[in-house]
Design a protein around this ligand. Structure first.
Ligand code: TXE
Length: 449
């Protein structure tokens, strides 16, 4: 039995039996049995079932949001936004079912066609920071392409995944198509990675486990999509709207208590504007409302666990220029923290995954790009400037999968999301994700011409 805690109160909110390797095997078998009928279902019917699931997520939006908030400790307004996005994701992929198809290619002597075929059973392994949202990013395209799935939620946050599985059945998605397998990563997660009947693993989590997923998948030449850690740069040029950049920067790194692979945890500021920007940023950081996640006014909740707080606190000792307030009674709280650093410091090199930002000055455009790229990661980032040509030059030069200009947002349902370098590979969301859950089959028909 795994005890599930509310990180804001440390209270036990559920007990979930951890699945065994035998359970994992049974579930893969069930998914395998369900595959032929699910791949054969008429596209319009598959789309209708996904739309029904989207509708049920909307109907149960408040319940799912509260469950997510209690399990993850994230502010209720964030959970509401994420659950609304889950519905949008299922609507999007319902619409994608009959819009992702093959082509005819001119060749000599006949006709050449391509088909998009589902892969079979896919294993989806998701983390604890955005449990239901990240699950939907993988479930949507996987199901739309005609695969059956085994979803393994993180040990600490299984609750919304289990509820989503129930809603899928209520929507009429056939038994065996969407399976939820709560359990330990090193036991059932590993089993999915190695299972000969699992065709692909869609994984989001740490770079370290991503590496082991890739190695484990090699035995069966499994397809993998990896969405891993990040150490993204928020680059602020001196000509930018400094007030807007400083007002936005705290949410970009303290949102979800910093437990966000897209966190802009390195704030790079052009030296001539550095002092002014830091002054504005400290002021804006002091306004972040930290407290009860169930209060609609709260902007930042606790960290996920005591162990994680221990890890995060090891990055926030030196050169602190700002430390905010946080409750000190029960719960895994940690304050918003700004530290001055160089790009060589540990706080600037490793993914903290907590509300700790490294402030780093730069000299000019080349220096900004050099520092931004001096990291093994490449997931997201931002550029703040009023010079459009500079924005485009820097956007092209930064080695990262997702960038925004004069904004700190990363994720939109219709646009591709994923990393460069050790932040992983493969793309989620948008039509790009459909490529990752299908195989191209090429058929040539000789016509005797
Ligand atoms: O992630 P894990 P953890 C980073 C972040 C965080 C660190 C550790 O820096 O501090 O990772 O978090 C499953 N085979 N990110 O330990 O272990 C596990 O059960 C198969 C970044 O929680 O990578 C869970 O479902 N699966 C990240 C999932 O992998 C295994 C989000 C992720 O857990 C497994 C989360 C194995 N051997 C953490 N071992 C992001 N990109 O957003 C574990 N799992």
């Amino acid at each position: 039995m795994t005890v599930v805690l509310n990180p804001a109160t440390e209270e036990e909110i559920a007990e979930i039996p951890g699945a065994s390797v035998e359970d994992a095997d049974l579930i893969v078998q069930a998914a395998r049995r369900a595959f032929p009928a699910w791949r054969a279902i008429a596209p319009a019917d598959r789309a209708r079932l996904l739309r029904r699931l989207a509708g049920l997520v909307e109907e149960h939006g408040e319940e799912l949001a509260l469950l997510e908030t209690r399990n993850v400790g994230k502010p209720i307004q964030d959970s509401r936004g994420e659950v609304a996005m889950v519905a949008e994701v299922f609507y999007f992929y319902a619409g994608a079912v009959d819009k992702h198809h093959g082509e005819t290619i001119p060749v000599a002597g006949g006709v050449d066609l391509t088909f998009r075929e589902p892969l079979g059973v896919v294993g989806l392994i998701v983390p604890w920071n955005f449990p239901i949202a990240i699950a939907s990013w993988k479930l949507g395209p996987a199901l739309a392409c005609g695969n059956t799935v085994v979803l393994k939620p993180a040990e600490l946050t299984p609750l919304t995944a289990v509820r989503l599985g129930e809603l899928a059945l209520e929507a009429g998605i056939p038994v065996g198509v969407l399976n939820v397998l709560p359990g330990s990563g090193s036991v059932v997660g590993q089993r999915l990675v190695e299972h000969p009947d699992v065709a692909k693993i869609g994984f989001t989590g740490s770079t370290e486990v991503g590496r082991s997923v890739m190695a484990g998948a090699a035995g069966t030449i499994k397809r993998v999509t990896l969405e891993l850690g990040g150490k993204s740069a928020n680059i602020v040029f001196a000509d930018a709207d400094l007030e807007a950049a400083a007002a936005s920067a705290p949410v970009a790194v303290f949102g979800n208590a910093g437990q966000d692979c897209c966190a802009r945890s390195r704030i790079l500021v052009e030296r001539s504007a550095y002092d002014r920007f830091v002054e504005l940023l400290v002021e804006a950081s002091g306004e972040v409302r930290v407290g009860d996640p169930e209060d609609a006014a709260t902007q930042m909740g606790p960290l996920i666990s005591a162990d994680h707080r221990e890890k995060v606190s090891s990055y926030a000792d030196d050169n602190v220029v700002f430390r905010g307030n946080a409750p000190s009674d029960r719960g895994f709280w940690f304050p918003c923290t700004l530290v001055e650093a160089t790009n060589e410091d540990r706080v600037a090199r490793e993914e903290v995954f907590g509300p700790v930002a490294a402030l780093i000055p730069f000299e000019d455009e080349d220096d900004a790009v050099r520092i931004a790229n001096d990291t093994p990661y490449g997931l997201s980032g931002s550029i703040w400037t009023r010079d459009g040509a500079q924005a485009l030059r820097v956007a092209r030069a930064v080695e990262t999968g997702v960038l925004s200009v004069n904004s700190n947002t990363s994720v939109r349902v219709a646009t591709p999301f994923g990393g460069f370098k050790q932040s992983g590979f493969g793309r989620e969301l948008g039509m790009h994700a459909m490529d990752g859950y299908s195989e191209v089959k090429n058929v040539y028909i000789a016509t005797g011409e």
